[in-house]
Design a protein around this ligand. Structure first.
Ligand code: UDP
Ligand code: MG
Length: 321
């Protein structure tokens, strides 16, 4: 692949999703340039995710100090959300590896050299893991995220490390595999975890946001959590079926017991079951059957879901020759 770099140094890409980050662009650029490890050429791909302020103008005005650093700007036509901004950036990246980093300086650029060092040692995915820091998030947000990880890990076949962030480096092989995904409902972290490859972890304490407000409200976060559970797991779809089977079994046996006791043996246990109870048991038994049927439909929808998400069947490393 043609290198964008003017020198013959290897190129690394930084993907920076930006939404209403006007005041953060210049400080981010300064901190980033100061922290870029020497020995590589860089393309800084800023993806303006439909900002309503002048974020894009600020990016366009950036002039990198070093010759082997270039700024690229991708302007999305509206706000598509961070996941899509990252996807757009990765599709455009030409580097040997890409590092995804937030524009608000919550992901400290000082760590860039550590990411690159781990990559040089052979890691194909280096994941920034947030230290479970009380200062960073409210009690509710921390408990919510803990619950989310417990849920998704018990529901999904792919192991997802708690507190793993989007601050991560991925090698070219992973970028190419990621670019092969076509599903709409995506969480970049989840997909990168699904891909596997050799991983390393780097723990860091996130800094407070430099300027502006986080655009992720609790509502948006809950939506993202639900989306990723739906995207990564089929268990909820089968839930109705399991519930139905349990109810059917329970009330089927209760009904059979009552029927045998009352009508076959003339109630030797003196239960005197009222007619209304008979009816309730019958109705619950039937509800169980309906739920089971729903679960059955769920199985077919699960099969369709798997097919239409169009993920590759497996991912292999490119051959070594
Ligand atoms: N971001 C984006 N599109 C959005 C929301 C956020 O590109 O719709 C970017 C934002 O500019 C920042 C990063 O994604 O660089 C993380 O967003 P934010 O700081 O709002 O959320 P946090 O993860 O810190 O809670
Ligand atoms: Mg932030």
């Amino acid at each position: 692949m043609a290198s964008l770099s003017t020198s013959d140094k290897q190129l690394l890409s930084l993907i920076i999703p930006c939404h209403d980050e006007s005041d953060n662009i210049a400080p981010f650029m300064a901190a980033c340039e100061a922290a870029l490890p020497a020995g590589y050429g860089y393309e800084l791909i800023f993806v303006d995710d439909g900002s309503s302020d002048d974020t894009a103008d600020k990016i366009a005005a950036l002039r990198p100090a070093a010759a082997d650093v270039q700024v690229r700007l991708i302007e999305l036509s509206r706000n598509f959300g961070k996941e899509m901004a990252v996807t757009a950036g990765l599709a455009a990246a030409q580097g040997r590896a890409a590092i995804i980093i937030d524009a608000d300086l919550q992901h400290p650029p000082q760590l860039l050299s550590k990411f690159v060092a781990l990559w040089e040692q052979g890691a194909e995915v280096v994941v920034g893991v947030r230290a479970d820091d009380k200062r960073y998030a409210s009690f509710a947000k921390r408990q919510g995220s803990r619950l989310f990880y417990r849920l998704i890990n018990s529901l999904s076949p792919v192991e997802i490390k708690p507190n793993a962030t989007d601050y991560r480096l991925i090698d070219r092989v992973v970028i190419d595999a990621y670019n092969g995904f076509s599903e709409h409902n995506r969480m970049s972290r989840g997909l990168i975890d699904w891909l596997g490859f050799k991983r390393s972890y780097l723990t860091f304490s996130p800094a407070p946001r430099l300027n502006g407000e986080a655009s992720y409200s609790l509502r948006k976060l809950t939506g993202l959590a639900l989306n990723s559970i739906v995207g990564m797991s089929l268990v909820p779809l089968k839930f109705a079926g399991y519930l139905g089977a349990t109810i059917t079994l329970l009330f089927g046996s209760l009904g059979a017991f009552i029927a045998v006791d009352t009508y076959a043996f003339n109630d030797p246990l003196r239960l005197n079951v009222a007619n209304s109870v008979d009816l309730a048991v019958l109705i619950l038994f039937l509800i169980g059957i309906v739920l089971m049927a729903l679960g059955l439909v769920g199985l077919y929808i699960a099969a369709i879901h798997t097919e239409v998400s169009g993920r590759p069947l497996y991912v292999a490393r490119p051959s070594r020759q």
